[in-house]
Design a protein. Structure first.
Lengths: 463, 463
């Protein structure tokens, strides 16, 4: 009758195979609308299977509406089912981009995961899994796990000199989601978004994708020039006042005050991204600008640098006026974070293992920073000037009179160095061509020393 | 001099307290611009603290730009710092909505978490924590943990008769995020979004929030009426073909084929939300509509019902044409899911503990369904007609000639019953007033039996 091949050693049951073959025949038009199917007895005999098998396959076809049954008559193919055949799933695809062999990766924003206290963290996960109750594994809403918000309030006080109430803290999937949600809820029709120049390309792309006109604040060694915002109609301004990304400046108090006054006068919000200032190596800790105004500033923090990126936990401290809209948007975006990591992090903070971990990492990163600065000095002498090295996991390195472009970065990649000029982070292609960014937190001392030597050769080659 | 009160038994260091008091004085204008600060020696003596303490506080003020230092002259308050004082953090807030005492909660979409195999799941978490390497705790991109995608492809074949390739599977934070991202990437200017009526209010709100014109497909006991989409300009159509939410119909093959032909002719995508069809109690399993077209259908699945909501893992099977845009959008939304749960779920699927769990839960939910149907029959007789009960964790219950409105739901809540009429899920307020939705998966047998009795009294009261 029809060419039906059943695979008796396959994983799929015979009845499912038969159902699938008949269904494909109907969809492809091989079995036309109105065509009668053989009786179950007949087909069973022909295929050498039990009649039950054929009955089950017909039953599946009938349930899904592929065939019509009438008492005393053969089953017939239903009307209006013919489709083009589905595409072959194994058409070849474009090959993935070839991965370069990078020996010295000066990319920024990468913590040293080899020094992470995995044993302690796993202990936290175990504690969390054992202490959470069933209702906590159901939906618990967009704000975040309450004990984590409490623990975070204490942590912000200890680590960042910041007094905030747990009720104003909202947990997010990293700072990326925090910024994404803020671009949604802070939108005021036609008004722009203030950004530092240079700044993180991801943040810029996200804000541009949302359709905001961008208003630039040129950054110098003291951070963003707030005066550039005068007269602009703004929805929000994004700043990194504790450690300007990527140049590393600390926004001085007068610019902070000017920014807050402007936000109040012109009715916009300030997003403070405090992405890595836990690691400060010299002098006293820098207060977040959030300490100066609770009503105009959204403080954004993340554990991607202090713990690890795949944890996906960040948070915002929100002015009360934004909280309702935030909850609505988060609810419709992805509801909430998974509960387990939140509970583990709460434990890690409550037991002050976090404090110990940060002290340990600060020592380690401090040693790496020292190694980097010494290597740079002994290799480049006065040719290169390190900037923004007082905190964080990267530095900016200025080579007066040099020009580093796309070609330089590509040439470096060929010799095993991943490094970017600041111009890649700048809006105007003509600016910051003399400065390179060096992430060092994730590198070994040896990689830092060798990487600086390799960089010397690469820089010498373009002179 | 100034009224400075230091708390010697507080958690904050004396130097930080002093810094904070001086900073607040400057921001509030109590210390005016240009005003000279006392020498460190003088202030230390007055406060009875060490000179180092005062030096440290002054240093913090200087680092943040609150004061200016000149050699041989007293430190002075910088210009332009006066701000209104930050709001008191302890202003009273609106009290939270009062929580009703609900004894019989017929809300839909809630799995029975008391029957979840927590011990096995925790074993999976342990396995995952031990087997993941450091690089897997860094950013690993928006697609999802590769072994989970592989395990999911196998699971879809076993559980849903669906042949898909792991490369087309993308992990999400639940189906909510999947839908949210799809509303972003499927947008075609001015074109609408097709939705079933009635449908999930959350889905409707999300799509409406995104600014899409909505095009309605009235649903009957066979699911959505596809013909209602004829002539509409559409970006996408959202359907629940295996178990129409909330009425429970199975979309017949001819409507499926018509929908796919329409999508091809009019250039739109079909979103298939397969939210709970793992639990099918009668007859043969229903194939996803995805099996009929790989190029036009986005298949959305979730583990919120089969495992637990706070896991936050769902997935999409994406046509190749959408994958690039998806990766871009996910990258800027929240980058990726946490890795730990993904690895635990991969283990749970690979070891087929998932298969065993689903079989166990299907038995349990089947017993609850039986109890519910028997209770309804013995309590309401022929007054109430159960619908859409062949799969899932809820049924629709039709009372011909009855009218259930907002007042009925409120009255029920007062007597301890949470229940909603389907009209709450419908676009037109006049429809589906005779039908109630009963979620039962999370209830005990006793709650089901007592809840049905309580419901009888509530229904009798409105006759």
């Amino acid at each position: 009758m029809w060419d039906i091949q059943l695979n008796r050693s396959g994983e799929a049951s015979l009845q499912y195979q038969l159902f699938r073959i008949l269904k494909d025949g109907i969809l492809s038009g091989k079995l036309a609308a109105g065509e009668a199917l053989p009786s179950t007895r007949e087909l069973a005999k022909e295929l050498g299977v039990s009649r039950n098998t054929v009955c089950a396959a017909y039953d599946m076809l009938w349930t899904e509406g592929y065939i019509l049954n009438r008492p005393g008559a053969p089953s017939r193919v239903a009307e209006g089912l013919s489709l083009r055949l589905p595409e072959k799933p194994d058409t070849p695809r474009k090959a993935d981009k070839q991965v370069m062999n990078i020996r010295w990766d000066f990319a920024t924003g990468k913590p040293d995961l080899t020094a992470f206290p995995w044993k302690q963290w796993n202990e936290g996960l175990k504690q969390a899994a054992e202490s959470l109750t069933e209702t906590q594994f159901a939906y618990t809403g967009p704000k975040g796990y309450a004990p984590l918000c409490e623990a975070l309030a204490g942590w912000l006080k200890r680590a960042r000199n910041l007094d905030v109430h747990a009720r104003d803290i909202f947990i997010t999937s990293g700072s990326t989601q925090a910024l994404y949600l803020l671009t949604e809820i802070l939108h005021q029709n036609g008004r722009g978004f203030g950004l530092e120049n240079p700044s993180h390309p991801g943040v810029r792309t996200m804000i541009r994708d949302k359709g905001y006109p961008l208003c630039w604040m040129p950054a110098d060694e003291h951070g963003a020039d707030i005066a550039a915002l005068q007269g602009q109609a703004l929805s929000a301004v994004y700043v990194t006042p504790s450690h300007q990304y990527p140049l590393g400046g600390i926004l001085p108090a007068d610019r902070r005050a000017a920014l807050i006054r402007l936000a109040e006068d012109r009715d916009f919000y300030i997003i403070e991204d405090d992405y890595d200032s836990e690691f400060r190596y010299t002098g006293t800790p820098i207060s977040p600008i959030r300490a100066m105004s609770a009503s105009r500033i959204v403080y954004v923090g993340t554990f991607s640098k202090t713990l690890f990126p795949a944890l996906r936990i960040g948070f915002v401290v929100l002015p009360e006026a934004l909280q309702q809209q935030w909850k609505h948007s988060r609810n419709y975006m992805d509801v909430q974070n998974p509960v387990l990591e939140q509970a583990a992090l709460a434990w890690f903070l409550q037991t002050r293992r976090m404090d110990k971990h940060i002290r340990r990492m600060k020592r380690l990163y401090g040693q790496k920073r020292q190694t980097l600065l010494l290597s740079l000095h002994s290799t480049f002498g006065d040719t290169a000037i390190p900037q923004g090295d007082a905190s964080g996991l990267h530095i900016a390195l200025r080579f007066p009179d040099y020009m580093f472009g796309e070609a330089f970065a590509k040439q470096c990649e060929k010799t095993g160095i991943r490094i970017l000029p600041v111009s890649k982070y700048a809006e105007s292609a003509s600016a910051y061509h003399d400065t390179l960014l060096l992430g060092y937190g994730h590198l070994t001392m040896e990689q830092i020393e060798q990487g600086v030597k390799a960089l010397f050769d690469a820089v010498a080659a373009i002179k």
